[in-house]
Design a protein around this ligand. Structure first.
Ligand code: SF4
Ligand code: FE
Length: 485
């Protein structure tokens, strides 16, 4: 089963033992069938379907350096700069097709970060994490698994280190070391795609000190492991998914965003063959930094794909409003494209400047990856603002689909919300809903700001990597003064 189809993926999820998933204060019996989570499921399905699409096969699949077979690229360890570039292109295409987050990249980045880090831990400590991890990776590739990546701890008091917290469980930690494995406790926040994953890969969320030994832990477990509890996060408009009418969802098939969970590890047992870091505190920072570079690279691909959809929706809104060629509209659309392509350019740049690590895996150039993500914390907000400007206030005040379908009210809505007579009112309403959902929910904006790390984390990395000293020397040389600090 090296390349599953979307249908096979859904079937494989149904073969899991019952998961402990909650939403709106209730346990969900069958999360795969639940309408609240269905759009998120369909967007992940696209990551499977695209691997069978002749047009995109080259982007969506790769030859595994471990099992020698053609695998879904979402389980691949990057073997070249070309692989890094293809990753960005694949994400752009997938997000153009879905208009939302496809959720499979966090696990993918976790796999690559662990591949690199386990190699380095072994080189220093003579451990066998890398071999262990490669065996796990073969299993993931062979079975084309969807892996969630759980990184961000709930963190408690932000001024305190993990071991300093009043409650010791505010970062995931080892509570017991046994002959056959470890027992872990804690919770990870905003785990993307968790409910529809086969596996959860857990990584530390920050650099650690000697005293944080129990917190320097990385491992992988199936989502149906005993003691794992997932509470699905609320999103704007999520109740709309439970209604009969569907176009008020905007992006009715794939949703405005994926899903995130608060993932609780309530004394969960992890066998040794699935433990990839266990107390090597000096490598916690490395795995975080490596993961972050990968995920910050992605955002110039995925957010550019979503940006394409939003720019398209804004141009359609202008057409339906009757002003497609007004100079100020064209100007705004061009501005949107400029920002959107800047994001993509940054993602490509850090990929082309990527390099080989001692493990053999390639990683993107970190300064450019951080610049990419910092731009993503800004430009989508500006693109969204322009989409509101172009479309107009109806994006926020329009009656519901139910009103449109109402026998008594429908004719008034059709009559009074008609603009360019060439196009039906309903088409205009659908596009406005798409703009509303993309720009007032988690997937495009909040995700752009806080996904892959909040802006401050990129500023810290940029300040570390910028090499200000070199720049000062350049200036000093040109003005003929010695450089002294
Ligand atoms: Fe992938 Fe982008 Fe979603 Fe992250 S936000 S999982 S990179 S599509
Ligand atoms: Fe993300």
């Amino acid at each position: 089963m090296v390349l599953m189809t979307g249908e096979e993926y859904i079937k494989s999820l149904k073969r899991r033992k019952k998961l402990e998933v909650y939403a709106f204060g209730e346990e969900i019996d069958d999360p795969v069938e639940h309408p609240l989570l269905r759009p998120s499921l369909y967007s992940i399905v696209e990551t499977y379907e695209i691997a069978h699409d002749e047009k995109y096969k080259d982007l969506a699949t790769a030859k595994s350096h471990l099992i020698g077979e053609i695998i879904n690229r979402f389980t691949h360890i990057h073997q070249s700069v070309d692989d890094l570039v293809k990753k960005v292109k694949l994400l752009r295409v997938l997000c153009q097709r879905t208009g939302t987050c496809v959720q499979r990249c966090v696990g993918w980045d976790a796999l690559n970060a662990l591949y690199i880090t386990t190699y380095e831990i072994d080189a220093k400590h003579g451990t066998n994490y890398h071999e262990r991890f490669k065996n796990y990776l073969k299993y993931v590739q062979q079975n084309d698994l969807m892996c969630a990546g759980a990184m961000t701890d709930v963190k408690g008091d932000r001024s305190l280190r993990p071991y300093e917290q009043k409650d010791p469980d505010l970062y995931v930690r080892i509570v017991e070391r046994r002959d056959d494995g470890i027992v872990v406790r804690g919770a990870k926040a905003h785990t993307t795609g968790a409910v529809h994953s086969h596996e959860i890969i857990v990584l530390p969320t920050r650099a650690m000190t000697e005293n944080d030994r129990d917190y320097a832990v990385a491992f992988a477990i199936p989502t149906d492991t005993e003691g794992v509890k997932m509470i699905v996060g609320r999103q704007m408009g999520d109740r709309r998914r439970l209604e009969e009418e569907w176009f008020d969802l905007g992006n009715y098939k794939y949703g405005a965003t994926g899903h995130e969970t608060l993932t609780i590890f309530d004394d969960v047992f992890v066998p040794w063959d699935r433990v990839f870091m266990c107390g090597e505190v000096e490598f916690a920072g490395m795995v975080v930094e490596t993961f972050s570079s990968y995920h910050r690279q992605n955002y110039g691909g995925c957010k550019a794909g979503m940006g394409d959809v939003l720019i398209g929706a804004s141009a359609l809104a202008a057409l339906y409003n009757g002003v497609p060629n007004a100079p100020h509209i064209r100007e705004k659309l061009v501005e949107m494209v400029h920002m959107n392509e800047t994001l993509y350019a940054c993602a490509l740049a850090c990929s082309y400047e990527g390099y080989k690590t001692p493990s053999g895996a390639y990683r993107p150039e970190p300064l450019l990856a951080n610049v990419c993500k910092l731009n993503v914390t800004r430009f989508p907000y500006e693109i969204a603002r322009l989409s509101h400007d172009i479309a107009g206030g109806l994006v926020a005040t329009m009656p519901s689909e139910k009103d449109l379908r109402n026998e008594k009210l429908g004719k008034y809505i059709v009559k009074y919300l008609q603009a360019n007579a060439k196009y039906p009112t309903e088409h205009r309403m659908r596009v406005f809903r798409l703009i509303e959902n993309m720009t007032m929910s988690t997937g495009y904006l909040i995700e752009s700001l806080h996904g892959a790390g909040s802006p401050q984390t990129q500023r810290i990395m940029i300040s570390r990597l910028a090499n200000f000293k070199e720049k000062m020397k350049m200036a000093a040389r040109l003005v003929g003064v010695p450089f002294e600090e």
